[in-house]
Structure formats: structure tokens, C-alpha cells
Design a protein around this ligand. Structure first.
Ligand SMILES: [Cu+2]
Length: 120
């Protein structure tokens, strides 16, 4: 093996060790969402994909949505609805009373923007 080859092998070994640590870190339970979540909707789609919000039952759920299209934000399961204006921002703040996995979407477009997980 050339010296460069050895360096690459050593680098790979470090990467493998690091990714092992990351996987181990996430192994126990899902990662809970810390702090407020801000979802940005651009061209009627969530920027960066569907956002995961994970909280423990009984804890507060807080997030805001800034949208470039007017629509209604619907939190399934909890059945909260709020209208957002084109270019506007709205926020939700409610206690996580029901456990399970719930879709948060742009109601009139049936476009999912976030996934709410409430752990029992
Ligand atoms: Cu809906």
C-alpha cells in the first residue's frame, strides 16, 4: 500500500468510527425536537422537505409557518386549523395531549409540510 493509500485507509477508518458513534447516539428513542420550529413554504412546498417535529406527550408543541401562498394549515389528529396569508407567518402552540404520528399540511393543496410525532 502506498503512503497515500494508507492515509486514505486511516481516514476511512475514522469516518466509519464516527458514523458508528452517530448511529449509537440516535439508537435510544427518537430525537426530540428542541426549541421552536420554523417551517418555510416556498412555491407551496416545505423548504428542505417535510419537517419532523418530535415531542413527548404532555410537552408543548410550538412551530411557525411562513408561506408564499395563502392556504390553511391543518394539524391532523388535533384538528387545528389556521389560515396563513400569502407571505404571512402564523404560529401554533398547543400541548401534546394525543400520542401518535400526525400530518401537518397545506389543507387546500393536501401538501404535507411537517410530521408531528408525539411519544407516549
Ligand atoms: Cu388536512
Amino acid at each position: 500500500m502506498s503512503q497515500q493509500g494508507r492515509k486514505i485507509a486511516a481516514g476511512l477508518a475514522v469516518l466509519v468510527a464516527l458514523s458508528g458513534l452517530l448511529v449509537a447516539g440516535c439508537g435510544t428513542g427518537a430525537k426530540l425536537t428542541k426549541g421552536p420550529v420554523h417551517i418555510v413554504v416556498k412555491n407551496a412546498k416545505p423548504v428542505g422537505g417535510v419537517k419532523d417535529i418530535t415531542v413527548k406527550k404532555g410537552k408543548p408543541v410550538g412551530f411557525s409557518v411562513t408561506s408564499d401562498v395563502a392556504d390553511e394549515i391543518h394539524v391532523h389528529g388535533y384538528n387545528y386549523h389556521k389560515d396563513v396569508k400569502k407571505g404571512g407567518t402564523i404560529s401554533f402552540d398547543f400541548p401534546a395531549k394525543i400520542d401518535g404520528n400526525f400530518v401537518i399540511e397545506l389543507e387546500s393543496r393536501s401538501e404535507q409540510i411537517a410530521s408531528l410525532t408525539v411519544e407516549p
